[in-house]
Design a protein around this ligand. Sequence first.
Ligand SMILES: Nc1nc2c(ncn2[C@@H]2O[C@H](COP(=O)(O)OP(=O)(O)OP(=O)(O)O)[C@@H](O)[C@H]2O)c(=O)[nH]1
Ligand SMILES: [Mg+2]
Length: 299
Amino acid sequence: MPDGHRSGFACFVGRPNAGKSTLTNALVGTKVAITSSKPQTTRHAIRGIVHRPDAQLIIVDTPGLHRPRTLLGQRLNDVVMSTWSEVDVIGFCLPADQKIGPGDRFIAQQLSKVSKRTPVIGVVTKTDLVGQAQVAEQLVAAQELMDFAEFIPVSAVNGYQVEQLSDLLVTQLPDGPPLYPEGELTDEPEVTLVAELVREAALEGVRDELPHSIAVVVEEMAFREGRDDLIDVHAELYVERPSQKGIILGHKGERLKKVGTAARAQIEALLGAKVYLDLHVKVAKDWQRDPKQLRRLGF
Ligand SMILES: Nc1nc2c(ncn2[C@@H]2O[C@H](COP(=O)(O)OP(=O)(O)OP(=O)(O)O)[C@@H](O)[C@H]2O)c(=O)[nH]1
Ligand SMILES: [Mg+2]
């Protein structure tokens, strides 16, 4: 281990849609977490690993903290708060294009319970969407929110200050050797990544309650017999009601076909092989509120 090498954990918190997953991907330099314009896209704590000559920084991307309306929502909030005790530094993401509101104050209040022990950095995200003056205003407004150790404005889309954020997080890590092997970018199992890519494709173009109702499980994933260049993936896409199934399928199944094509391209890029994606839609009635079904779906 080189002298002064650091290693440890950081996590991003913030309202749904604040840009946590996009920022995680920008720091890691590859897509480890799916992103979308729908709130509550992230549903578990995802580790992305940043390898630097001077440090290994493990970023834990968490679901957006929100007022829960379902058992799933409660579970997601639990995931977020239990992560706080396991990290060396926390980045509180505040989108530059949105006024700080009750949702942010709720998070600040929760964070104040840990901020004595764990430094919290105020991260103003999505700076590319607004002018400099509005970024400055948001930084001032953030200062009222809680006692931050540092502040930094960033944009994951144009890369503004992403390196600087990495530096800031690393200064808060303890000395230590790398915790993950060189080149490993996430500890997510491949089947999970594949299921997430299907869900990301399915979120495109759906509205209202439907994004929340979608869950994806990969039932089988294996090389086709006698082939080392073709992987068969069998996935089930769950919704909560028969009417939702109709929307996902679309007229004559056209919509589902598009979702499958989009997902397949992403999965092929991830696995580096041709993929045959067998995708089915099933109804799991009100799964978001049902402990038994939540367990089966991995929550
Ligand atoms: N213009 C711009 N858009 C961004 C930026 N970061 C994220 N977005 C967009 O904001 C939306 C939400 O991004 P996510 O990264 O999924 O947000 P999140 O905080 O992980 O959301 P949840 O997982 O639902 O809590 C997506 O449509 C992103 O493309 C940014 O730096 N600039
Ligand atoms: Mg996310």
